[in-house]
Design a protein around this ligand. Structure first.
Ligand code: KG4
Ligand code: ZN
Length: 359
């Protein structure tokens, strides 16, 4: 049906509603066409706490329960009705399929009912593009170097345009955030583990215990985190039975964080060299994803960037973790780059690598 496959193309005639439901945050944001954030709501689901990890089925049900209210509140905050919007955008992958289906179908329904175009946003591209949000004032231009370290990914890529990426390296096993979460778990911290581990590490000393730095100094830009994850589990298992003493846990957390920071910085240096070789000049290293919220990691990357004469662009920590501002902004970037709106048949995809995006 024409109305369903060929939505109107007046996309940026009005504000953009973005919806994010790919993991355990239920989020909506409304941005003006110039990227000004008009309203933003985010609910971090608490339903997973007893399970020490995100349970996909629970996440999908929680998105279903909360998304209509979150969207209604976001619209009310912006003083808008669906009819006032220019475009409706939603993350359609990669992520947990149940949540993706909830968000994408809600967005499609809203777009169809209000006669607005729908835009299917890649979550990884959205993390990457956020650094270009004008309000952040980071001045990031294409092409830039991206380090994405999140709960599901660890990768380095050159971002040439909203949908044009050259992958330089990625994890050969676990994601960076996944490794933080597992380390936090063996230290008896809550979920998600990254922020709790960072807080604990502040009172510990790196080097009191010893953890490996996988891939450090190896050629290329790939990551590996499974050895570090196992090493921290082995270290914790050698402690006397019962909860690990607080001071000891803090030292392990500090060493773990230092190992993570060292590895991410080392791999980023290799990528900066590759970038400079290809472009004949240094550029900007953009960090994105939940792990980029970590202060010690940001500091290590800042130092690494300086050695390569790169600028570091790190969005505020609260925008490194999942949010809907990045989804709405990605849609704006896609339109500026000439992308047509998506049809109502746009699929939700558990896997959707950056390199496979249509240019
Ligand atoms: O980008 P994100 O919110 O969701 C995904 O797209 O995966 O990343 C979530 C991940 C979790 O593994 C979480 O523990 C980690 O980012 N994280 C952190 C910090 N804040 C969140 N890791 C280290 N330090 C933090 N402060
Ligand atoms: Zn994410």
């Amino acid at each position: 049906m024409d109305a369903m496959t060929s939505p109107p193309t007046t996309a940026l005639a009005g504000a953009v509603l973005g919806i994010e439901t790919s993991c355990d945050e239920t989020a909506a944001a409304i941005l003006a066409p110039d990227g000004t954030v008009l309203a933003e709501r985010l609910l971090s689901q608490q339903d997973h706490l007893p399970y020490q990890g995100v349970v996909p089925e629970i996440a999908a049900r929680a998105h279903l329960a909360h998304l209509p209210r979150i969207v209604a509140e976001t619209l009310a905050d912006a003083g808008l009705h669906p009819a006032d919007l220019g475009t409706v955008a939603a993350t359609t992958g990669p992520g947990l399929i149940g949540g993706l289906l909830v968000g994408a179908n809600y967005a499609k329904g809203l777009a169809l009912a209000a006669g607005k175009p729908f835009i299917a946003v890649n979550h990884l591209a959205a993390h990457a593009l956020l650094a270009r949000l004008p309000a952040l004032g980071l001045g990031v231009e294409f092409p830039f170097l991206l380090l994405l370290a999140s709960g599901g990914h660890a990768l380095l890529a050159i971002v040439e345009a909203p949908h044009r990426h050259t992958l330089l390296g990625q994890t050969i096993d676990d994601a960076a955030g996944e490794c933080f979460d597992k380390a936090a778990r063996v230290l008896g911290l809550g979920f998600p583990g990254g922020p709790a581990l960072e807080a604990l590490a502040a009172s510990g000393t790196p080097g009191c215990v010893s953890l490996p730095r996988p891939m450090l100094g190896r050629p290329g830009c790939d990551f590996s985190f499974s050895g570090l994850k196992t090493a921290v589990a082995v270290l914790a298992s050698r402690e006397p039975p019962g909860p690990i003493a607080a001071a000891r846990a803090a030292d392990i957390a500090a060493e773990f964080q230092a190992a993570m920071a060292a590895v991410l910085a080392d791999r980023a240096v290799h990528a900066m060299r590759a970038f400079a070789e290809r472009l004949g000049r240094p550029g900007t290293l953009v960090v994105a994803g939940g792990v980029a919220a970590n202060g010690a990691i940001r500091a290590a990357l800042q130092q690494a960037a300086a050695t390569q004469r790169f600028a570091l662009a790190a969005p505020p920590s609260k925008l490194c973790t999942d949010n809907a501002v990045m989804v709405a902004w990605a849609a704006i970037e896609m339109f500026s780059a000439g992308h047509a709106p998506d049809g109502m048949d746009a699929p939700s995809r558990p896997r959707w690598p950056l390199e496979s995006l249509p240019a």
